[in-house]
Design a binder for this molecule. Structure first.
Ligand code: C2E
Ligand code: MG
Ligand code: MG
Length: 644
């Protein structure tokens, strides 16, 4: 009698895996269903294998029992490699390639359909096995079963090797181990036909996969029970890479931060769970077509297959309405502000980076209509392409000298004319057009390119200031911005002083602006830089005053002579309390002996208001935007007569 202990062990292992799948509730979803299918069919194969041994040994006169047990064993056994290949393809997110391509689907299923038909009709043909005299023997086409098995294992192997880079190593090893174990078991069984090891080997490989690949807890968010950020990022990255098409609902709760600061961590986690439950419930009524994710800080994502556009639209509209209803939680009344965008990838949102960058803060940037918004209307690919490629754009601009320095005139209230100007860097990219300094300055600070940009700007300003053209304008000095990263660089003072020497620029012709945030850092390198430059006679301005929470004690210890009131401060001048604040701020700064520049002045009324407040200088679009050097020279020359 053949040894059935391996089959019994296989059954025990499969029951354990099944229990773990049930306990972990990883049953829904295509991948889980295939995995479940593999467990059940392998279980049945082991049962029929034992039955066939039993029939062969004790009932070889019962031809029906013999035929049935062998037939069913073969059917369930030969489907294993098919499920393995299918599982692999789906785990690697390539399932859509087969589903969307009829001929590929046919080619994929044809070998197994043929094998299945041959086994099912074997009682009439005897092509796979014969039972003459109650003795089981291979038929002439039996080897086709090996060929089919080899074919599916080969498909899985090739797919794994081609995609192994985008998948964690442990999962790739888990998938490959399935192929390895199946081949080893088939070889072993050929050598030792008495030991029925095949089902056992497959159950072992399913165990490995259960441990290494099927680990939902690793990608589930514990508070909400939805898939977490990393799962969303992995999935989206692979889908873009594999040319998949899909719909995504991006939902950010715009007032999440206020809810969080009002309720704290635990209560907010409970609110998140309430939202997640509503998403899950709605998904159930739509036959679980969406994959649901919770990223963080009130950001949810629902992913739909390409064919499910209508479901995605319905889902987005319903959830928008549901979430706008107030939630009563432990006596608190909570009104959520969901901002929802429905997009199609990659047609509307073209890349992984853009999807992530847009998803980050669209709820702050978009005009909130209260309705579901469409990515085709609110997403601007150019803006995100600039965002995503900003380092390359800066690199290219430095290499091809695309940066330019513009000047914005600054008006002296006391003298009634323009006395200085602020140098502002500009970048006009050949492909993307005007790129805002707010975008490229912060990127350049991160990448370190700010130092080269800063050197370029400073050199341009020195060239200009030392020219005869500048002398004729009768301006006192030019203001140049320094960012935090520049101030923290050990070479800054040396470089500035060297450039000034090269162009013969006296220190009173230059004023350096540092921002309020930079000024509040207490960092030795920065303090040394500022003190050295100050000793050399250069005057500093404190830029963007009123935007940050500065450490005033630290700010007043710096060698600052001018303070620039930020535009956001000025914008609220019609608010009576703000006006009082402005008035006392101006008085306080004046008492400290500071000079004051107001930025962002756009109307005549504002010019008058701030002149009355005794601010010293005025800068803003009312007079002029920042303009190229030649236009600036022309502007000052023509306007020196009288302006206001
Ligand atoms: P900032 O130094 O506070 O510059 C003033 C900004 O306000 C400029 O924006 C200017 O164009 C804008 N502005 C001036 N008047 C008005 C107005 O009346 N209305 C409005 N709406 N805006 C006005 P810009 O040129 O986009 O620069 C943004 C920021 O980028 C600057 O703020 C500065 O922090 C930084 N930046 C610009 N050039 C340089 C540079 O050469 N080096 C460094 N490190 N930073 C720079
Ligand atoms: Mg400035
Ligand atoms: Mg400013």
């Amino acid at each position: 009698m053949r040894n059935i202990s391996f089959d019994i062990a296989a059954i025990a292992i499969l029951v354990l895996i099944l229990l773990s799948v049930i306990v972990r509730r990883s049953i829904s979803g295509r991948i889980n269903k295939i995995f479940l299918g593999a467990i059940i069919t392998n279980f049945l194969a082991a049962v029929f294998d034992i039955m066939s041994v039993y029939a062969d040994t004790y009932h070889n006169d019962n031809i029906v029992l013999l035929a049935l047990s062998h037939t069913f064993y073969l059917i369930f056994h030969t489907v294993q490699p098919v499920l393995y290949a299918l599982f692999t393809v789906n785990v690697l997110d390539l399932g859509h390639k087969i589903n969307n391509n009829k001929s590929l689907e046919f080619a994929f299923s044809a070998p197994y359909v043929l094998v299945f038909l041959l086994i099912a009709t074997n009682s009439f043909t005897g092509l796979i096995f014969t039972l003459n005299g109650g003795i089981y023997r291979y038929g002439i086409l039996f080897n086709l079963l090996y060929i089919s098995t080899a074919l599916y294992i080969l498909i899985a192997g090739v797919v794994i090797l081609k995609n192994c880079k985008v998948f964690p190593k442990i999962k790739i090893i888990g998938l490959l181990s399935m192929a390895g174990l199946s081949i080893a078991a088939a070889a072993l069984q050929m050598v030792m036909p008495q030991n029925l090891v095949e089902c056992f080997a497959i159950s072992l490989s399913l165990l490995v996969v259960n441990i290494s690949v099927q680990r939902p807890e690793e990608s589930l968010d514990t508070d909400t029970g939805l898939y977490r950020h990393s799962a969303y990022a992995d999935k989206s990255k692979r889908s873009f890479r594999n040319g998949k098409h899909w719909h995504v609902i991006l939902m950010n709760i715009a007032n999440y931060n206020s809810i969080y600061s009002m309720l704290g961590y635990e209560e907010t986690a409970e609110i998140n769970k309430i939202i997640a439950d509503k998403l899950v419930h709605l998904n159930k009524t739509l036959s679980n077509r969406a994959e649901l994710y919770y990223l963080d800080r009130g950001r949810y994502r629902m992913v739909f297959a390409e064919k499910d556009r209508v479901f995605a639209e319905t889902y987005a509209t319903i959830i928008n309405n549901i979430l706008k209803e107030k939630i009563i939680h432990k006596g608190f009344e909570i009104n959520l502000s969901p901002v929802i965008v429905l997009g199609r990838c990659p047609e509307e949102i073209e890349s992984f980076k853009s999807l992530m960058a847009f998803g980050m803060d669209f709820h702050e940037k978009l005009h909130h209509t209260g309705m579901v918004m469409l990515a085709s209307e609110v997403y601007n690919p150019n803006e995100f392409q600039v965002h995503n490629n900003i380092d390359a754009i800066i690199e290219n601009a430095l290499e091809n000298k695309k940066f330019q320095v513009y000047y914005q005139p600054i008006y002296s209230v006391a003298k009634g004319r323009f006395v200085t100007a602020e140098a502002l860097v500009r970048l006009i990219d050949d492909e993307h057009g005007f790129v805002s300094p707010d975008t490229f300055i912060s990127a350049a600070e991160r990448s370190g390119a700010i130092h080269k940009i800063g050197e370029f700007v400073f050199e341009e300003v020195c060239k200009f200031v030392s020219s005869e053209e500048f002398e004729k304008l009768g301006l006192d000095y030019v203001e140049v911005n320094l960012s935090v990263a520049q101030c923290m660089h050990g070479d800054l003072a040396d470089k500035i002083l060297t450039t000034m020497k090269t162009y013969n620029v006296p220190p009173n012709r230059i004023n350096l602006e540092i921002t309020e945030t930079a000024a509040s850092y207490n960092q030795r390198v920065m303090t040394d830089n500022l003190n050295r430059l100050s000793r050399a006679g250069i005057v500093f301005s404190l830029d963007d005053y009123g935007t940050g929470y500065s450490n005033m004690k630290r700010v007043i210890s710096l060698p600052l002579k001018i303070v620039k009131l930020d535009k956001s401060f000025v914008d609220e001048q019609h608010n009576p309390k703000m006006w009082i604040l402005l008035k006392s701020t101006v008085k306080m700064l004046k008492d400290m002996g500071m000079e004051i520049v107001v930025e962002g002045i756009e109307t005549r009324e504002m010019v008058e208001a701030f002149s009355d407040l005794k601010c010293d200088f005025i800068q803003g679009y009312y007079f002029s935007k920042a303009i190229p050097k030649d236009a600036f020279v022309k502007f000052i020359t023509e306007s020196q007569v009288s302006i206001t």
